[in-house]
Write a protein that binds this ligand. Structure first.
Ligand SMILES: NC(=O)C1=CN([C@@H]2O[C@H](COP(=O)(O)OP(=O)(O)OC[C@H]3O[C@@H](n4cnc5c(N)ncnc54)[C@H](OP(=O)(O)O)[C@@H]3O)[C@@H](O)[C@H]2O)C=CC1
Ligand SMILES: CC[C@](O)(C(C)=O)C(=O)O
Ligand SMILES: [Mg+2]
Ligand SMILES: [Mg+2]
Length: 335
């Protein structure tokens, strides 16, 4: 079994270091605020026109432009979008790194697929929380934590491993559990999970279920409640107690249907498709496609984003959510 590091197994070396968090988006705001609340000295690095600059200041954080933040820091966490990282690394980060510094990533894409090469005298690490940044912050505030992976890509100083783990603890992940990995394993499993299961697989499954009911003549609002809205309630039970807890709470009729119909939906063909997607990730084909899509100005990505926002399942969901919000008073009480 993998060793799972908890708070008590990890030191507090990070408390003596100056940390620059580059970016203040989903992960950036959560890392910066969790580190600050864990007693660390943090500066957020951004570009001058960023709308997030004033937001970070309102949250009580010091903000400077990226090159200055890197020069000031001992530890730099790169939390720009993956596709923006290589250019910013070359123009604003690389020249300001020095021997003994630790450069961290929250996802290994650019290191594993050779889009960024870190100088050999600089330590290189990975702290990859296994969930969205806004939930990382929410859990920390609630006194809980999100699991994370950590890896060391280069240990020039001999201190990279302890410091990387200590950073993971300071953002709250030691409260849940931290597992050691490599940049390659984190990158390939993360891309697979988000494409085949958590985001791509799930949205395709929900949409297919919704459309099947609507095309068969059932009310779209009912189809939405059945195939999309209720998912959270089912997933919460799985999160709390695994598949068994969910199956304990549903009816025996639902449990029997789960056993006889689930494997006919997610059948061998689906697993074959999953294996193909994994192979495209492992070979670097997906990474190459995403890099080229960005170099071309993201035409397919942006068109797809627009089309998805116009889809029937999204429109029905938005209407139902606005009706639900109307029924709730300013203090969240039912009217
Ligand atoms: N989203 C998530 O929950 C997870 C993300 N990750 C990884 O974390 C990293 C960050 O992703 P995510 O938090 O989603 O990113 P976001 O898109 O949410 O935030 C990116 C931040 O970088 C800033 N930024 C963009 N371009 C530049 C630039 N040229 N110079 C300086 N700052 C810039 C943005 O500025 P502005 O605010 O002005 O837009 C924003 O603050 C990625 O490596 C991702 O794979 C890992 C685990 C989960
Ligand atoms: C599931 C998507 C994710 O990998 C994440 C929140 O963990 C991401 O890249 O945002
Ligand atoms: Mg990811
Ligand atoms: Mg992920």
């Amino acid at each position: 079994m993998a060793r799972v590091y908890r708070e008590g197994d990890i030191g507090n070396e990070i408390a003596d270091r100056k940390i620059a968090v580059l970016g203040y988006g989903s992960q950036g705001h959560a890392h910066a605020l969790n580190l600050r609340d864990s007693g660390c000295e943090v500066v957020v690095g951004l570009y001058k026109e960023s709308p997030s600059w004033s937001k970070a200041e309102r949250d009580g954080l010091a903000v400077t432009e990226t090159p200055e933040a890197v020069r000031w820091a001992d530890v730099v966490m790169m939390l720009l979008p993956d596709e923006a990282q290589p250019a910013v690394f070359r123009s604003e980060v690389e020249g300001n790194l020095s021997e003994g510094m630790l450069l961290l990533f929250a996802h290994g894409f650019n290191i594993h697929f050779n889009q960024i090469r870190v100088p050999p005298e600089v330590d290189l690490g990975l702290v990859a929380p296994k969930g969205p940044g806004h939930v990382l912050r929410r859990l920390y505030v609630e006194g809980r934590g999100m699991p994370a992976l950590f890896a060391v890509g280069n240990d020039a100083s001999g201190r990279a491993r302890d410091l990387t783990l200590s950073y993971a603890r300071a953002i709250g992940c030691g409260r849940a559990g931290i597992i050691e990995t490599t940049f390659g394993e984190e990158t390939e499993t993360d891309l697979f999970g988000e494409q085949a299961v958590l985001c791509g697989g799930l949205t395709a499954l929900l949409t297919a279920g919704f459309e099947t009911l609507v095309e068969a003549g059932y009310q779209p609002e009912l189809a939405y409640y059945e195939c999309v809205n209720e998912l959270k309630l089912i997933v919460d039970l799985i999160y709390e107690g695994g598949l068994a807890e969910m199956r304990y709470s549903i009816s025996n009729t639902a449990e029997y249907g789960d056993y006889v119909s689930g494997p006919r939906v997610i059948d061998e063909h689906v697993k074959e498709n999953m294996r193909r997607i994994l192979a495209e990730i492992q070979s670097g084909q997906f990474a190459k496609e995403w890099v080229l899509e960005n170099q071309a100005g993201r035409p397919n990505f942006l068109a797809r984003r627009r089309r998805e926002a116009e889809s029937r399942v999204e429109k029905v969901g938005a209407e139902l959510r606005s009706l639900a919000a109307e029924g709730v008073g300013a203090k969240g009480e039912e009217r």
